[in-house]
Design a protein around this ligand. Structure first.
Ligand code: URA
Length: 440
């Protein structure tokens, strides 16, 4: 078989066989297929698409390109959750302890932030001392003992995806539904959980910009998981606004702890409750209303917060900052970005908000960049809110005041204040399961 012929077949709109897909992916992993040929194939897939069958095969081949984690040493149903990415998206830090406090085991591998989006592992490392790289034995023991562990994804999971994602990132082939679906699901299938809840974000801060594309991505991922014997559901959630008020690692941890203690922002709390309730449904704990009540109950009685503290303590984290976030190391400088006119916030580009926080030091532009955990943004006014000229829209935090100017330019580049209150999108658009799509 020649890679040239595989590329040409897809370029001309053909359907690739399992052998052809395996030849390309495994060859790329072992180095016999060079970057330029894989780039050409990815672009052909981007332009021509893939059938559901091809996407399922691609996912399977990518999942088996690395370790397939066997979680059978952990008792009970294991539920995973994945978000397709966002700004201010700290839901894992809230949901995982809620679900674990309800008695469902969480053995979760999470990622780091890249570009304008944040990642759970960076947020966890903002808690001084927290270890996110455990041995498999430590990971299993912790889940069996306290019911929860969240660690960084091992480099040996879905090795093909790691290499292909890096290539897609620089060849303008990220935003392709079959490639995103196979990338995400290969990692989720390899990570070994019995059930998976997908949070498919939609809006100007997400990969999927409209409901049709988000629904199609959700449908494909649910189909792949179901075909592989996993229970899968997806919620399509809004990313035309960041979740909560805070963007930046320690700021987001503090906000997550507020939600777990019943005093967090309403948008973040609501999305977390719905995601947690759906995870509990997948774990077989009952219908949606009963599972929602269960999730609310463990916030109200404090057990979800206790579970979160137990997890951080088990992984070496300084729990005192969770109990009293004022103990987090603080940024040396802050800056108020004020409204230049009176009206309503009619546009507030989420990608630009995320990029502004990266410019303050809260994220990485390149993988090897280091992060300033104290840097970030607290939003006082969000899309749809009324503002008066001179009022603070948000506060920037950084350890170098020279960073404020570029961050302000970025933030203002996506900010429009107008006379009319705009339509504010709902928090959750739809739920997608193997049975179909339920629009909200
Ligand atoms: N997240 C992933 O893991 N892969 C993609 O392709 C897009 C988002």
């Amino acid at each position: 078989m020649r890679m040239y012929d595989v590329i040409a077949k897809k370029r001309d709109g053909g359907m690739l066989t399992r052998e052809e897909i395996a030849f390309a992916v495994n060859g790329y992993v072992d180095g016999s297929v060079p970057d330029y040929q894989m780039s050409a194939l990815l672009m052909a897939i981007y332009l021509r698409g893939m059938t559901d069958e091809e996407t399922a095969v691609l996912t399977d081949v990518m999942a088996h390109s690395g370790d397939m984690v066997d979680l059978s040493a952990i008792q009970g149903v294991k539920v995973d959750k994945h978000s397709t990415g966002g700004v201010g998206d700290k839901t894992t830090l809230v949901i995982a302890p809620i679900v674990a406090a309800c008695g469902v085991r969480i053995a979760k591998m999470s990622g780091r932030g890249l570009g304008h989006t944040g990642g759970t592992i960076d947020k966890m490392e903002a808690v001084p001392g927290t270890r996110t790289a455990l041995t498999q034995e430590e990971f299993f023991r912790q889940v069996n003992e306290i019911g929860i562990s969240v660690i960084g994804q091992s480099g040996k999971i879905a090795v093909a995806d790691k290499k292909m994602y890096a290539l897609r990132d620089v060849t303008a082939t990220v935003g392709c539904i079959p490639l995103i679906a196979s990338s995400i699901m290969s990692k989720k299938l390899a990570a070994g959980s019995d059930a998976i809840l997908l949070d498919v974000t939609m809006g100007n801060g997400a990969f999927m910009k409209n409901l049709e594309d988000a629904t199609e991505l959700a449908r494909q991922m649910v189909a792949i998981g179901t075909a592989n014997g996993r229970k899968v559901a997806a919620l399509i959630t809004d990313m035309d606004k960041p979740l909560g008020q805070n963007i930046g690692n320690s700021l987001e941890v503090a906000e997550s702890m507020a939600v777990l203690q019943g005093k967090g922002p309403t948008d973040l709390t609501e999305v977390c409750l719905q995601l947690a309730a759906n995870m509990l449904v997948l774990a077989g704990r009952g219908g949606l209303p009963a599972c929602r009540a269960m999730a609310e109950g463990v916030i109200r009685d404090g057990t979800a917060f206790v579970k979160c503290c137990q997890m951080f303590a088990a992984q070496g984290g300084d729990v005192s900052v969770l109990k009293d976030p004022s103990r987090f190391p603080k940024a040396k400088y802050s800056y108020e970005l004020t409204a230049r006119e009176t009206g309503y916030i009619v546009e507030n580009d989420v990608e630009k908000i995320g990029n502004a926080s990266v410019l303050l030091g809260a994220g990485r532009i390149k993988k090897e960049d280091s992060i300033d955990f104290a840097a970030g943004i607290t939003m006082h006014k969000k899309l749809g809110d009324a503002v008066k000229a001179g009022e603070s829209i948000c506060t920037f935090y950084a350890n170098d005041p020279a960073l404020f100017a570029a961050a302000e330019e970025m933030y203002r580049g996506g900010l429009v204040i107008g006379p009319e209150k705009p339509h504010v999108p709902p928090l959750i658009y739809a739920r997608v399961t193997a049975q179909g799509v339920e629009r909200f």
